[in-house]
Design a protein around this ligand. Structure first.
Ligand code: OGA
Ligand code: MN
Length: 230
């Protein structure tokens, strides 16, 4: 059945209500991904996105809880690997709408420009209390997960160099190879990287540290069952 005229009007006015996506930023992310496999964009998250996520934090909108790591969760082991608490943004939170829309626009852009075949998206807010860390890890393992691309945005105003809490990215698993780069979690900075390629860790910080992390996934549906996130 064709959509009713009212539905069409509603949809188009809703599409135009949001800011048009910043294709210059998306183009920068795409070319950095293409040449190096990661993109670093300081102060890049649109204000509508970062401000609404801050509002979610200020409103105490979600229950932050310790994360599970993989299957067969073991609380002791978890606390050794990561100390942050997280809050999944499943789409029901009004304050996460701008973030999800922005990620959706990025997904469509990257699919068009790099033929990535990104299919679905999942994301969470993370709180690292002073001293919290996330030890060196990868977001995906070849053949085990369909997370292809990781995106992290930072929500910390006035971050100082000695506040710590950097995201350290490593070139590979060779411990002797040293660090590839460190990212300061300053307000609205963005990092995008290939999930399987780069081990990374979050260093302890001297103050509360907030980030939003998301993963674009490939479609690995089997037998007509749409691949469920997480
Ligand atoms: C993660 C992660 C990085 C950060 O949640 O998997 O690596 O800087 N986060 O918060
Ligand atoms: Mn990670």
């Amino acid at each position: 059945m064709p959509a009713s005229p009212t539905a069409v009007v509603n949809l188009s006015s809703r599409l135009h209500a949001a800011e048009p996506p910043d294709e210059t930023l998306f183009a920068t992310i795409a070319s950095q991904l293409e040449t190096r496999g990661y993109a670093i964009c300081p102060a890049a998250l649109p204000a509508a996105v970062s401000d609404s996520l801050l509002a979610a934090l200020a409103a105490g909108e979600g229950e932050f809880a310790p994360a599970a790591i993989g299957r067969g969760d073991d609380a002791q082991r978890n606390r050794f690997v990561r100390r942050d608490t997280i809050y999944w943004l499943d789409g029901a939170q009004p304050h996460a709408a701008a973030w999800r829309q922005w990620c959706e626009a990025l997904r469509l852009y990257l699919n068009r420009r790099l033929f990535l075949g990104l299919f679905s998206f999942e994301s969470h807010l993370a709180h690292y209390a002073p001293g919290d860390f996330y030890k060196r890890h990868r977001d995906a393992f070849r053949g085990e997960s369909n997370r292809l691309l990781s995106v992290v945005g930072y929500l910390n105003r006035g971050w100082q160099p000695d506040d710590g809490g950097e995201l350290v990215i490593y070139p590979d698993d060779d411990q002797a190879a040293g660090e590839l780069l460190r990212v300061t979690p300053s307000f609205a900075s963005l990092v995008v990287f290939l999930s399987e390629e780069f081990p990374h860790e979050v260093l302890p910080a001297a103050r509360d540290r907030y980030s939003v992390a998301g993963w674009f996934r490939l479609n690995s549906s089997i037998g007509g069952q749409i691949d469920p996130p997480r």
